[in-house]
Design a protein around this ligand. Structure first.
Ligand SMILES: N[C@@H](CCC(=O)N[C@@H](CS)C(=O)NCC(=O)O)C(=O)O
Length: 240
């Protein structure tokens, strides 16, 4: 599905009365986190996609870092950074809550640890790691072992029980996109399913959630954006 990403020289879209606005990019896993939280909380919002290879001048005025996701609430408050935004949304729009009191501390700990996974993913996707793919993927598996064990201890299908929680939302986009690595490295994601029984069930169960399905990002489309750029070619995101 092609959606327009606005570029330098474009006009800033007029705000829509009563709606928050998310500046996003359709393949950005950090933006996907925010789209999921907005969906779970049914926050009235619109999405304005940004061409990150040619950023509109007006977007840089809103957020000089030029990064998406950037969230502008109905009252004009601007927040950037996916984790800051989803935590803000959880306070500003409390229903349904994304943390449970009894697991909040552990959720925060695992969300913090997940930065290592997202950093490793970015470095792998941009081929900034000079290691065989098996070793890189082995590192991912080491991280995911802890998430598998946590699900086992909780005995629930999702981290949040039967409902999506902050930890589900914060981790999912990279898992959903993970097969992108098979196209970049032209190798399979090899692991023993017996080592990750709870995690594999989580993947199956989270995919049943409507909000997850509504925000699905096909990894083959992400590849059409990423792989030509690795080969030094320019890609028009609006053509994918
Ligand atoms: N820590 C930030 C990372 C956001 C980020 O890296 N976004 C990328 C797109 S996925 C971006 O905006 N890149 C454009 C740039 O850095 O100029 C977050 O969690 O929101």
């Amino acid at each position: 599905m092609s959606v327009i990403h606005l570029s330098a020289g474009s006009e800033k879209p007029a705000p829509v009365e009563g709606k928050a606005r998310l500046y996003s990019m359709k393949f950005c896993p950090y933006s996907q986190r925010v789209r999921l939280a907005l969906g779970v909380k049914k926050v009235p919002h619109e999405i304005v996609n940004i061409n990150l290879k040619s950023k509109p001048e007006w977007f840089l005025e809103i957020n000089p870092s030029g990064k998406v996701p950037t969230f502008v609430d109905v009252d004009g408050k601007v927040i950037d950074d996916s984790l800051a935004i989803i935590n803000y949304l959880d306070e500003r729009y409390p229903e349904p809550p994304l943390y449970k009191a009894e697991t909040k501390a552990r959720d925060l700990e695992l969300i913090e640890k997940y930065k290592a996974v997202t950093d490793l993913y970015s470095a792998s996707v941009h081929k900034k790691i000079d290691k065989p793919f098996k070793e890189i993927f082995g590192q991912f598996l080491d991280y995911f072992k802890e998430y598998d064990e946590e699900l086992g201890k909780r005995g629930t299908s999702l981290f949040g029980g039967n409902e999506l929680s902050m930890l589900d939302i914060a981790t999912w986009p990279w898992v959903e996109q993970s097969k992108l690595l098979t196209l970049i490295y032209e190798q399979p994601l090899e692991y023993d399913k017996k080592d990750f029984p709870h995690f594999i069930k989580w993947v199956d169960d989270i995919r049943l959630q409507q909000v997850i399905q509504d925000n699905y990002t096909p990894y083959r489309d992400v590849a059409k954006y990423v792989i030509p750029q690795l080969n030094g070619e320019e890609v028009d995101i609006n053509s994918i």
